[in-house]
Every structure is written in structure tokens, then in C-alpha cells.
Design a protein around this ligand. Structure first.
Ligand code: FAD
Ligand code: DHB
Length: 391
């Protein structure tokens, strides 16, 4: 098999890239190791930056998002039993975010791809990227029990943190920057209307909590738990009790409970692989970088990467100039590091590390108080949360 762009992975990065290339008249093949229903059901991100929404709409993938997505003009910070709302449009010149789940973004992009896009092979596992530093890179993969080779002009590794693409960069040329955290998030889905109409990020001595949503009828909530926690060890009642404690306020706000339909634990990690390109292999999304989820940046970063790649390749095809492809890694990494910084800061601001001292707790409260009382500090948060420009 032969194509111009071989894409490994059908998460948001690979699927959107396939769509952008299709729209630009560039052929591509997507290889995905899992089956369709697994990809469409994997519960992950929920918040789309304004720039991500604009890109999906311009790519022709925004119809259902525009109908069902929930526009949010702010978030609430909760600390010391207080509530503070951050007003995004007022602080950023009109920007907002949209609640529309990653599962739905993937479903929409898969449907478009299968209707009229290029090949998208499920249960096709990439085994290795070969000859990345030549003009004819190849992906060796296994599909329907047979090994095959996809000959490409370019390979884009959109295969997430555990994928194979990154391994094709020789160790001597790669620099990895990494941090792990001694806690994770226990996430639940519950059949109950969200108890607040915007997201609530809560700092509490017992640990962080987040109230989010998937629709007007389905709540998504997260609790900070120790690293390595097994979700099964928390009963539904214990989860609701703990959420209630961490969201407590001095007013009459109440957390509504409902049946929990899913629970799982996500570890937290910061990770950047530099450079994001080796020869004709380009890394995009979680394959190149991970952020802790506190700032809701992961999916949005993946979108930024593939927009940058699609633009650069289109420029190459139209003008013959490789300048944008050559700048790919540096262009992406600037935005990546801003998101790394923001996600790290939000994590440090809101989580209680094991062994944290009372002094550190007071510093967190002072930082939150500063955001609540200084327009400059609040604007900094609002600008980062609603998103940094692509490219
Ligand atoms: P992935 O979604 O990981 O997709 C990679 C794909 O490659 C997968 O389908 C995988 O099966 C496939 N694959 C792997 N190896 C191979 C192989 N060898 N061959 C073929 N295919 C392969 N981000 C946000 O922006 N906002 C949020 O609100 C947010 N919340 C989050 C909450 C949680 C609990 C978690 C876990 C993450 C959250 N994120 C959020 C992060 C976001 O989900 C990820 O950053 C995003 O999924 C990255 O997309 P991707 O396409 O790069 O990688
Ligand atoms: C969600 C996840 C996040 O990481 C976040 O910061 C906000 C919302 C969510 O899954 O809804």
C-alpha cells in the first residue's frame, strides 16, 4: 500500500489531520490499533478551546458540535468555602470555551472519514516506522492477522503516549522532559444534571475536585486521589460524600447525586519529547507531549499540532518550499511549553500534595485570592484557559 501521508492513530489528532488533508486534496491513510467502538467510547477530554471549535467548524466537522455543544463563558474557582467566577469574554475580548466531549469529536470525524475520506483501518496496529530519515519512510503494520507495509512520503505519529512512532527517533537525538505527580484523578460519569451551569475547580485541604458535565443531563466529576488508586475501592456513596466535602461553601449551594455509570482513575504526568520531528516523521498530540489534565489542554494541543502540520504540508505542495515543515517542531513546541506551564501551575494551585505543609496550603490560598482580586492575574488565567493561538 502507498500513500502521501501515513497517519498512525485515530484519536482526535489523527482523525482531524486526515480531515484537514482530505480538504486540502492530499491523500492519507489512517491506521488505528483498536476497534471503532473502543475509540468512540474512550472517556477523556471535555473542553474545547475557541480555536479548536473554529478549526472543527472550518473543517466541516462542526455541525453536531454547534447543535449539542455547550458554550461556557466562565469557570468557578472554589476555595476556603468561597466562590469566585472568572468571566472569559470580559477578560479576553470575547473568547469562550465549549463543552463537547472528545468521544463526540471522534464520532463526528470518523463518520466523515468513512463517508468520503481516505482509508481508515481499524484493528491495524503499527509495529514500527522505518527509514524515517529518508525520502521514503514506511510503516510496518499488522491488519487482519497479516503483516503489511504502508509506503509514505510523510509519516505522522498521532498514536498517543504509548504508541510506536516516537521510538523511531534515535535516542541520541531526543531530549525528554518529564515530571510525574504523586496523585491522579478518579473520574466519574453520573446520570444527574450538573449541579452548576459552569465548571467548578475546587481547592480543598483534602484534595482537588472538579465538577464538569457532558450534557444538561449528565455530570462528569473528578476527585484527586493518591497515585495508584484502584477506582473499585471507592464505593459510590464514598465518592459523593468526598465530592460534597471538597465543594462545600458558606452559601446554600448543593451537590445533586445520581447513579454513577462509569468510574476510572487517570494518572497525572507532564512530558515533552523534543524535537517533534525526525526527517519525514512528525509527532503530534500525546505522542509528543502530555500535560496533567487540570488545565484541559491535551486535546487542544493535539489540534494545534495537526493544524500546523497540515498548513506546512499544504505550503510545501503549493510552493515547493519546505520552510514551514522545517519549522514544525519549533512552532509547535512554543505553544506546547505554554500549555505545560499553565497545566503545571493549575495543578500546583489546586492539588494538595502528600506531605504538603500548612505554609504551602496558605500560599495556594494567597494565589487564589490574588486571582480573585486582581484583574491582571485573572486575565492571565482566562487567556491561557481559553487558549493560545495556533502556530
Ligand atoms: P490519543 O487520543 O491517545 O489517540 C491515539 C490513538 O492511537 C489511539 O486511538 C490509540 O488506540 C492509537 N494507537 C496507539 N498505538 C498505536 C499503534 N501502534 N498503531 C496504531 N494505532 C495506535 N484534553 C483537553 O484538551 N481537554 C480536557 O478537558 C481533557 N480532559 C482529560 C481528562 C482525562 C481524564 C484524560 C485522560 C485526558 C484529558 N485530556 C483533555 C487529554 C486528551 O484526552 C488527550 O490529550 C487527547 O486524547 C490526545 O489526542 P491524541 O489523538 O494525540 O492521542
Ligand atoms: C474536563 C476535564 C478536564 O481536564 C478539565 O480541566 C475540565 C473538564 C472534562 O472531562 O469534562
Amino acid at each position: 500500500m502507498r500513500t502521501t501521508v501515513g497517519i498512525i492513530g485515530a484519536g482526535p489528532a489523527g482523525l482531524l489531520l486526515a480531515r484537514l488533508l482530505h480538504n486540502a486534496g492530499i491523500d492519507a491513510v489512517v491506521l488505528e490499533s483498536r476497534d471503532r467502538s473502543y475509540v468512540e467510547r474512550r472517556q477523556r477530554a471535555g473542553i474545547l478551546e475557541q480555536g479548536t471549535v473554529d478549526v472543527l467548524r472550518a473543517a466541516g466537522a462542526g455541525e453536531r458540535m454547534d447543535r449539542e455543544g455547550l458554550r461556557h463563558d466562565g469557570i468557578e474557582l472554589r476555595f476556603d468555602r468561597r466562590r469566585h467566577r472568572v468571566d472569559f469574554p470580559g477578560l479576553t475580548g470575547g473568547r469562550s470555551v465549549t463543552v463537547y466531549a472528545q468521544t463526540e469529536v471522534c464520532k463526528d470525524l470518523i463518520a466523515l472519514q468513512l463517508q468520503g475520506g481516505g482509508p481508515l483501518l481499524f484493528e491495524a496496529e503499527a509495529l514500527a516506522v522505518e527509514d524515517a530519515d529518508t525520502d521514503a519512510p514506511r510503516i510496518r503494520f499488522r491488519h487482519e492477522g497479516r503483516e503489511d507495509v504502508l509506503e509514505c512520503a510523510y509519516v505522522v505519529g498521532c498514536d498517543g503516549f504509548w504508541g510506536v512512532a516516537r521510538k523511531a527517533v534515535p535516542a541520541g537525538l531526543a531530549h525528554v522532559f518529564e515530571r510525574t505527580y504523586p496523585f491522579g484523578w478518579l473520574g466519574i460519569l453520573a446520570d444527574v444534571p450538573p449541579s452548576h451551569d459552569e465548571l467548578v475547580y475546587a481547592r480543598h485541604d483534602r484534595g482537588f475536585a472538579l465538577l464538569s458535565m457532558r450534557s444538561p443531563a449528565v455530570s462528569r466529576l473528578y476527585l484527586q486521589v493518591p497515585d495508584g488508586t484502584d477506582a473499585g475501592t471507592w464505593s459510590d456513596e464514598e465518592i459523593w460524600d468526598e465530592l460534597e466535602r471538597r465543594f462545600e461553601t458558606d452559601d446554600d449551594w448543593r451537590l445533586e447525586r445520581g447513579p454513577i455509570t462509569q468510574k476510572s482513575v487517570t494518572p497525572m504526568r507532564s512530558y515533552v519529547h523534543e524535537p517533534m520531528r525526525h526527517g519525514r516523521l512528525f509527532l503530534a498530540g500525546d505522542a509528543a507531549h502530555i500535560v496533567p489534565p487540570t488545565g484541559a489542554k491535551g486535546l487542544n494541543l493535539a489540534v494545534g499540532d495537526v493544524v500546523t502540520f497540515a498548513r506546512a504540508l499544504t505550503h510545501r505542495q503549493e510552493t515547493g518550499s519546505p520552510e514551514l515543515l522545517d519549522a514544525y517542531s519549533a512552532t509547535c513546541l512554543r505553544r506546547v511549553w505554554q500549555a505545560e506551564r499553565f497545566s503545571y501551575d493549575m495543578t500546583a494551585l489546586l492539588h494538595t500534595a502528600p506531605g504538603a505543609t500548612a505554609f504551602e496550603g496558605r500560599l495556594q490560598l494567597a494565589r487564589l485570592d490574588r486571582i480573585a482580586s486582581s484583574r491582571a492575574a485573572e486575565t492571565d488565567l482566562a487567556e491561557a484557559y481559553t487558549g493560545f493561538p495556533f502556530g
